[in-house]
Design a protein around this ligand. Structure first.
Ligand SMILES: Nc1ncnc2c1ncn2[C@@H]1O[C@H](COP(=O)(O)OP(=O)(O)O)[C@@H](O)[C@H]1O
Ligand SMILES: [Mg+2]
Length: 569
């Protein structure tokens, strides 16, 4: 049932008598002028007006943040308990207002209290408000009726799942009364009752049962439980098993270390603030102290090992996402996950240790003024296409969404493997037509390699990976990144707004020119599949390197007598 049919919810401010409404508007005016005395006088008579909304659904906090009145923001939030993440008519939050007008102190202050940017999607704001326990926001958004009460996020987690898991009983009751589906399943086949029971939210359990809730049938529960237990214990990593050697990379949510684990060298990607990283920071600090380093720098290093709670939540969700996808993947062109831990404060992912990234190889060639051999270019492109063909034929399909040279790693024998599944998504419905599109957030990954439909926040499907492949192939063939003179955002804007594409030299072999043009076609459905791409690359190889065996594409571009020429940067 659509939320437009709901009658139980009301916008209490718009329904109020005109005089009262005018008084609320005066409160907003006073907030705009930074007049705390006047605000106090109004709130003295009407304390509940602290969350009053005008016709545009803006609150006093929106207005104060917009005008940069830090003291008024503090007054509203800490003295009057105003809600921090309310969305206005356009989905904007108070933090968005402060950011738009660059009020740095207000931004820092709001962030320190957990303020979030709003979303143009009302459904997203609704789901977040249900998790935050903001019943008035949930009511107001439901009343607008512009989305379905059962709308879910990427993991099909609905407002009811989140409210039940957080113990927001009043919201659970409200949603049930508004005909939310009490037995709706998320991506892992969990139902709201599973969330409520797992977190021991007794009141929510009670309400859900009253509305006919049942437990979900988790996919993990199917099958031989002994095999599953063995799988879990073999994947498990403990802190004592890890010996940190050095830091080899910096990621978006943590750091990557070279480690010894069960007597082999591995890569450990860990979330900032995990025990592994803190231990590393302490080790560094002790070394630096011995060398007489500046204490301020040392404190910074320690601080970096910790992240604010709201950043950590995002990092944790990316981290879990990456593990949930990687642990089921087995392919010679996908970086192998060996073990992991999701225990609080020991969030770490152990993978095979790779030599360097394709970006490092490119940089080394640019710095040394050398060129990659044509055979190596085609071999790398083919290995990438092989890894992607596997992902796109998984059931359900896995979309990488962040293909770029830094996420393509080269192993010790020179084989290219796809890595970094932090932004990857599983296409939900296996019955869905392969070419049907669906909505995801925009602006993920690196702009230069990003398909225009992601940049524009439009709906998209797995063909976004084909577009990125096209840009990487161009980089391989030309030795230069696409749009080398523009920064990533400018490049993506040119591609998206002007339909611009890198210029393909006429001297390049015709099949490669056509392949590039098709891969980055504006129309996603005109882009080839990775199966077709591999056929084209095989045919090309047969023509250009007739003496090579069919196995050529699967082997590494390593030069047997000279070794791999890439340099770790
Ligand atoms: N298994 C690995 N072996 C060697 N280096 C790695 C490995 N995984 C990541 N790295 C290095 O760390 C960088 C960041 O890792 P990545 O998984 O892409 O993290 P993020 O999601 O933060 O971008 C990579 O570009 C690479 O240089
Ligand atoms: Mg990366």
């Amino acid at each position: 049932m659509s939320s437009t049919e709901h009658t139980a919810v009301k916008n209490r401010f718009l329904d109020m008598p005109a005089d009262d409404f005018a008084e609320g508007c005066k409160l907003l005016q006073a907030a705009a002028l930074g007049n705390k005395t006047k605000m106090e006088a109004i709130l003295f008579k009407r304390p509940r007006f602290v969350d009053f909304r005008d016709y545009d659904r803006r609150t006093a906090l929106h207005v104060a943040a917009s005008e940069g009145h830090l003291e008024i923001c503090k007054f509203l939030l800490t003295e009057r308990g105003a809600r921090i993440n309310r969305s206005d008519r356009w989905g904007g939050s108070a933090l968005d207002d402060a950011s738009r007008h660059r009020h740095k102190q207000v931004i820092t202050y709001l962030r320190s209290l957990g303020a979030r940017p709003g979303s143009a999607s009302k459904a997203t704001n609704y789901i977040k408000a249900a998790a935050d326990g903001d019943i008035n926001e949930v009511e107001m958004l439901l009343m607008l009726g512009e989305f379905d009460v059962n709308e879910g996020d990427y993991d099909k987690r609905t407002a009811l799942h989140l409210a039940a898991g957080e113990g927001n009983a009043d919201i659970v009751e409200l949603l049930c009364k508004n005909n939310a589906n009490v037995n709706i399943e998320d991506r892992w086949n969990n139902r709201p009752l599973d969330d409520a029971k797992r977190e021991d939210r007794k009141e929510c359990v009670h309400i859900l049962l009253r509305f006919g809730a049942k437990h979900g049938f988790r996919k993990e529960d199917i099958g031989d439980s002994t095999t599953r237990r063995r799988e879990i214990s073999n994947f498990k990593v403990t802190f004592d098993e890890l010996e940190m050697i050095d830091k080899i990379g910096k990621g978006s949510f943590g750091e990557i270390y070279r480690c010894r684990w069960r007597d082999i060298m591995v890569a450990a990607k860990c979330i900032r603030s995990a025990k592994v990283q803190k231990e590393w920071a302490i080790k560094q600090v002790l070394n630096q102290l011995k060398d007489g380093a500046d204490v301020d720098d040392i404190i910074n290093e320690m601080d970096e090992a910790d992240i604010p709670d709201h950043d950590k939540q995002k990092a944790l969700s990316d981290f879990r996402q990456e593990i949930s996808i990687l642990k089921s993947l087995r392919h010679p062109n996908i970086v192998l996950l060996l073990a992991y831990s999701t225990t609080a404060d020991l969030e770490v992912m152990i993978s095979e240790l790779m030599k360097c990234s394709l970006l490092d190889v490119f940089k080394a060639h640019i710095i040394n003024g050398t060129k990659m051999k044509r055979k190596d270019k085609i071999a790398y492109a083919s290995q990438l296409a092989q890894g992607m063909q596997y992902l796109h034929t998984c059931k359900p399909v896995i979309i990488h969404r962040d293909l770029k040279p830094a996420n393509l790693l080269i192993d010790q024998s020179g084989v290219l493997k796809v890595a970094d599944f932090g932004l990857s998504k599983v296409r939900q419905d296996p019955k869905q037509n392969e070419k049907e599109t669906f909505m995801m957030t925009g602006e993920t990954g690196s702009y230069r390699f990003m398909a225009p439909e992601i940049f524009r926040h439009s709906s998209y499907n797995e063909t976004v990976d084909v577009y990125s492949f096209g840009m990487i192939l161009f980089f391989l063939l030309s030795g230069k990144p696409p749009w080398p003179n523009d920064n990533g955002i400018v490049a993506a804007r040119k591609a998206s707004d002007e339909g611009d594409r890198p210029t393909i030299p006429r001297s390049w072999d015709n099949p490669l020119q056509i392949l590039l043009q098709n891969c980055w076609d504006e129309n996603p459905s005109s882009r080839p599949s990775f199966h077709q791409i591999l056929q084209i690359l095989r045919q090309y190889t047969r023509t250009v390197f007739p003496s090579e065996s069919e196995n050529f594409l699967a082997t590494s571009p390593i030069d047997q007598d000279k070794g791999c020429r890439c340099i770790i940067m």
